[in-house]
Design a protein around this ligand. Sequence first.
Ligand code: ATP
Ligand code: MG
Length: 356
Amino acid sequence: MLRPYRIGILEGDGIGPEIVPATRTVVDAAVEAAGGPPVEWVPLPIGTSAIETHGSPLPDSTLAALEGLEAWILGPHDSASYPEAFRGELTPGGRIRKHFDLFANIRPACALPGVRAVSPKMDLVLVRENTEGFYADRNMAVGSGEFMPTPDVALAVGVITRAACERIAHTAFDLASRRRKRVTVVHKANVLSHTTGLFRDVCREVGRLYPSVTVDDAHVDAMAALLVRRGEEFDVVVTENMFGDILSDLAAELSGSLGTAASINASRTKTMAQAAHGAAPDIAGQDCADPIALMLSAAMLLDRVGAREDVYFIDAARRIEDAVRATVAAGIATPDLGGTASTTGFTEAVVQRLRA
Ligand code: ATP
Ligand code: MG
């Protein structure tokens, strides 16, 4: 007997209340098509609506409920619109990431059929270490790594630890084992030889545990050029925090648009699906937001959770990807992709394919 699986659902701000329910509908249809028992959704307050009902954009009760879940779908935040008192804080998503030590930011860059892209053949996954490097405010181990000894001198400390390199490397190699079996390690060991040199060396060491996966490495500057020149050759790309931040935007843009860029943030035990784009307040409430990025993020979530236990989730994930691709290929798309479909119209079309 397959047991029903619980997934948290956090709508968020801006277009969140449109794209999150759309994604939920599509997951339900895919799980049903895959023959699994219905998902047990756990709705949790977050963002502007949570400020109104609970006096905080991330209520303690939400955080406590997430403790008991393995997976959840997070809508976007428009923290710039929060009352003054909440604006200095990390965004709710940032706080969740930090609280649960979601060390892996996994962002595929894969062109969709019929969507104009600079690199229409790109199909890679960028695996970004999410807790260390030069992004001090995200750093869990060491606290603030940026400081000014005098008003005219600013310093930043980049932290790379063996333990963090090992866990992100395992994430990358596990993923590559299930794909085209190639990992490219991105670093800048000719200049940042201790920090990014350690990153490269530990990734290569971990790579020896995965004999079926080919490993190579590249300097980050060369990698930027290679992504533009022949990005379709790469499979899994693993890198530290700041390089990953920059390269993931580059790869996403080369392969499509913001409205289609999926991502998950994960630890070994928790998976959070989150679109790469923001709350898009300029188009909120107009039923024209593109739900693809979040739908594909949810598919990644199902795929990852399914790899651990409930097999029908992997099937459901594949069904979502196929249905989204087929719908876009049939010319049904929201205005950001040049189409005329509404959010609900697009969602309906995807659901119809899932039921067909
Ligand atoms: P953040 O600071 O949260 O990243 P941002 O201002 O950088 O927010 P987005 O909210 O992602 O960026 O919006 C950037 C532009 O892209 C906006 O014009 C927005 O309407 C558009 N956009 C973002 N996501 C979508 C989507 N899913 N569908 C359609 N348009 C989108
Ligand atoms: Mg942004």
